[in-house]
Design a binder for this molecule. Structure first.
Ligand code: HMG
Ligand code: MG
Length: 305
């Protein structure tokens, strides 16, 4: 069966904007997040506390994060990415309550994205997760390249299960399964979720909550999402207007567009709390700031363009 409600984890301001060529002024980012919250999104990934040279688009995290406090309603969660102790210190100093570490399932991407092997990256995260939990923060663990990798090709399910197990053992309450380059298809999604369930790594088995994070390179993101919902997943990552990609994975396009997701969930009678009209207006507004149209089919259809 399908869930009655889905929690949308909005990643536009982070996964979306980290990959935009245009420099987006900090006040535009703050306004974007304010509008997303006003459209009913209650989990909005705001930025990353990574090395500013690695992701210059998010180098303004110290300026952005404090601006958000008075701008979004109480109860809206504003998670941020932290790769290491330095990142956690920066986020913690600004009062962040939720953080995410981001592992790679493949060696090639671990090197490209984190300058580490897979295991070295996990060693870097362990004390970060422990410290964040001591501070009472909720911790999400991302896994990149769960389906395919631009250098290594198709990724074996067992390799993903292994990294999930490590992140869960560290204390990540939620794991987000990333299809970084958008090559997954529903059968592969089914196989991965079945293997995780089998390994006790699903919420129904008392394991971590699983989220799915699809990029839409091959137009499969919605079909993949539906496959995941049928297997008990209730948290879905998406980016408003379909913004996004990843600067260290050249073949990646944007995330599943939040509007496309909400259109499907509305049609299925699944609650999200999101006002689609207000969300579309937000993406049209952002597209104007970025100087290019939204790739989302739903945004374009509802905008009548
Ligand atoms: P490194 O060069 O190995 O860093 O990079 P290091 O630990 O050797 O430190 C070198 C210098 O950087 C030091 O300064 C540190 O203080 C400084 P120095 O002492 O030389 O003056 N430094 C920092 N400064 C500010 N903030 C920090 C920080 N850390 C170190 N947090 C590192 C390693 C992890 C830092 C780097 O590789 C990095 O920042 N990577 C981030 C890449 C990134 O953000 N990628 C995009 C997010 S992942 C993604 O999008 C996928 C996802 O969407 C899911 C999916 O689709 O798959 C989540
Ligand atoms: Mg991503």
């Amino acid at each position: 069966g399908l869930p009655a409600r889905v929690r949308i984890h909005e990643v536009g301001p982070r996964d979306g904007l980290q990959n935009e060529q245009a420099t987006v002024p900090v006040e535009v980012k703050a306004e974007f997040i304010r509008r997303l919250a006003a459209a009913g999104l209650d989990t909005i990934e705001a930025t990353s506390f990574v090395h500013p040279k690695w992701v210059p688009q998010l180098a303004d995290a110290e300026e952005l994060y404090p601006r958000l406090a008075g701008q979004v309603p109480d109860g809206v969660r504003l998670p941020v990415l932290v790769p290491n102790a330095r990142g956690l210190e920066r986020a913690s100093a600004l009062g962040a309550r939720e953080v995410a570490v981001f592992a790679s399932v493949t060696e090639s991407f671990a090197k490209a994205n984190l300058n580490r092997t897979v295991d070295e990256a996990l060693e870097m995260f362990a004390p970060v997760v422990a410290r964040a939990r001591q501070e009472g923060m909720a911790v999400r663990g991302y896994l990149s390249m769960c389906f395919g990798d631009p250098w290594e090709g198709p990724v074996p399910v067992a390799q993903v299960v292994r990294v999930c197990r490590e992140l869960a053992a560290m204390g990540c309450a939620e794991l987000s399964l990333g299809d970084t380059i958008g090559v997954a298809t529903p059968g592969h999604v089914h196989a991965l979720l079945a293997a995780l369930e089998e390994a006790g790594l699903s919420e129904r088995r008392g394991g971590p909550r699983l989220a799915v994070h699809f990029h839409d390179t091959y137009g499969q993101a919605l079909a993949n999402t539906l496959a995941a919902l049928r297997q008990g997943v209730t948290t879905v990552d998406a980016s408003a207007g379909g913004l996004g990609g990843c600067p260290y994975a050249k073949s990646a396009t944007g995330n599943l567009a939040t509007e496309d997701l909400v259109w499907m969930l509305d049609g299925l009678g699944i609650e999200t709390g999101v006002d689609l009209g207000r969300l579309v207006s937000t993406s049209l507004w952002m597209a104007e700031r970025l100087g290019r149209p939204s790739p989302s089919r739903t945004v374009r259809a509802l905008a009548g363009t």
